[in-house]
Ligand binder design. Sequence first.
Ligand code: NAP
Length: 480
Amino acid sequence: MAYVITQNCCNDASCVAACPVGCIHPSPDEPGFATAEMLFIDPDTCIDCGACADACPVDAIRPGTRLSVAHERYQEINADYYRRRPSPPTFKRAATPRPLVTQPLRVAIVGSGPAGLYSAEALLHHSGVRVDMFDRLPAPHGLVRYGVAPDHPATKAVVDQFDFSPEKRQRFDLHLGTEIGTDLSHTELQQRYSAVIYATGAFHPRLLDIPGAQLPGSVPAAAFVGWYNDHPDHRDLNPDLSCNRAVIVGNGNVALDMARILSTDPGDLRNTRIAKHALSALHDSMIREVVIIGRRGPQDAAFTVPELLALTHIPEIDVVVDPADLLNSPASNPKMQLLNEIAHSPASGARTRIVFQFNATPTVIRGGQRVSGLQLQTTDGALHEVEAGLVLHSIGFQGRAIPGVPFDDHRHTIPHRQGRVLDTVTGQPLPGVYTVGWIKRGPTGVIGTNRTCADETVSALLDDVAAGKLAAAPGLQPAN
Ligand code: NAP
């Protein structure tokens, strides 16, 4: 299945930036964009991730299998654009329209996730630039490796685009197991490189600040996701899955990932990249119900339609929505339509259930030695008790400060202006220091969002090169 752009297309190209595989054309950097009546999705290249549909401000993008009669023709219209287009279906993005940097410039990128890699890709386009990428972890690719759910192989394949050409690889070095602030200081990087880009992400645990949150069995999403993805910081989490019910607080896509992993038949996860210890624990799991709690109503749920839709297609999971929760929310958009369909579908008696509960805020996590349940307050002020042996806090993530680098303790991000890191005292850009990705803008957006984020940061850096603000490759000794 591919997504399809339909009649409402407003050509603002939000979808182009969001698409991780660059399958939407013409893009703003291609001839024809200014005069195109609409944009088109290449059905042969689309990986069906739904990122474009989420980004579209006018609800013009639909899964090809869910087109209304009125929209059916758009499947053919999208495909036809690529048949008529003279180039092959895989397109290279046009070069950034700026002079190539050919003078020697050495850039350090800290963090090897998508934001760092998009930045490296944009920099290596310039033949004078050499990039050293550092990561404290033993394997590259950041959240794609340690955050994206193991049963989403197509999303993980996003990093395949960073297999740089042999010429670029000669100007690119990856230093794994090297932590900036411990193994090398920020000052040392500044001494050795013309510029440093911090792309350290924001994949650090965040717990609700309520009584009981520190009890065993109360686990932040970063730890649970890291556990099943074999993240070195979290592989020893050893969550107790001997209870019948788990509760997930927060209803974003990470909550859906965790609910799916907890509920899927472990046999179906065997051929994924799930950590062996997690697969073994899931085999013995007694969890048969996962309750996903949103503090707001269904219309404000943070999950995306493609992810919810995907849940409904897993035969061994019953997805449960109480029709009463939808009474005040008309089915006026795809999310509400889908929730309504789910609410009115009969349960199949499947092996596990994922239950959505809306308008409920946890106030206390109950338990003695470990978690035994939660107290919830609904928006009408009523208090309810839910029994649960595992409470997962899926309320977002946070970044961590790097010694010597400015940090906003409130937002848990690096303060910046268009990617230039700002001195916390003067508010002015620090020469040669940049940031990109979640540590720059907070934990929002899909993988493809990092491309535009990286374009902004790298543009700032290259503008500074053009303005003579960066030293050309100081002290070219090896970094480690
Ligand atoms: P998210 O989408 O921001 O969702 C966070 C959830 O936590 C929301 O439901 C939010 O409710 C709730 N929350 C926050 N603070 C809370 C509090 N104090 N008490 C109760 N609830 C609270 O975050 P995420 O799920 O961690 O995802 C992070 C990003 O990664 C998102 O952009 C997501 O789309 C992306 N992602 C994408 C995929 C995919 O495309 N397959 C998979 C995983 C992640 P409110 O809305 O009321 O604030």
